[in-house]
Design a protein around this ligand. Structure first.
Ligand code: TYD
Length: 136
């Protein structure tokens, strides 16, 4: 996805049910999000001084949620940059392929939940920013 832009990345409001016993949020493939989920992983115990990400994917789509706590995600398509603050477990940030991302400012106890369209594939990563610019 060499031509993708940060404007295609957006915050998705999930279907939510509330009652006095608490809330439930639902994610269904191909309805809440435009891809099938092949992998789920989550980041936790992330020191607030550390950043994660620092790469782009060629084919992978992702939905990233603050299942608990908060953090910032900065997206970059080689031309434009957009930062999203995630702090609501009922919202997920859709990241299309071909976007550089940096995650930082993790609050204490935060959990960054990632739903991914493909299994882990080392060759799908672009880890060098100059290589990313060349790719785009
Ligand atoms: P990495 O993608 O570099 O984390 P981040 O970009 O968030 O800092 O992953 C860290 C390590 O975990 C790396 O050695 C690869 C491994 N890993 C897997 O084996 N499978 C996975 O699904 C993920 C996300 C990472």
């Amino acid at each position: 996805m060499k031509n993708s832009t940060v404007n295609e990345c957006k915050v998705i409001e999930l279907t939510q049910f509330n009652n006095p016993a608490g809330n439930i949020s639902i994610i269904e493939e191909y309805s809440s999000i435009p891809f099938a989920i092949e992998r789920i992983y989550y980041l936790y115990d992330t020191p607030c001084s550390k950043s994660r990400g620092g790469h782009a994917h060629k084919e992978l789509s992702q939905l990233i949620l603050a299942a608990s706590g908060s953090f910032n995600i900065t997206l970059n398509d080689g031309t434009r940059t957009k930062t999203f603050f995630l702090n609501n477990p009922n919202q997920g940030l859709l990241i299309v392929p071909g976007i550089w991302r940096e995650l930082r400012d993790f609050s204490s106890g935060s959990i960054c939940l990632v739903l991914a369209s493909h299994k882990y594939d080392y060759s799908d990563y672009i880890r060098d920013y100059q290589d990313f610019i060349t790719y785009k």
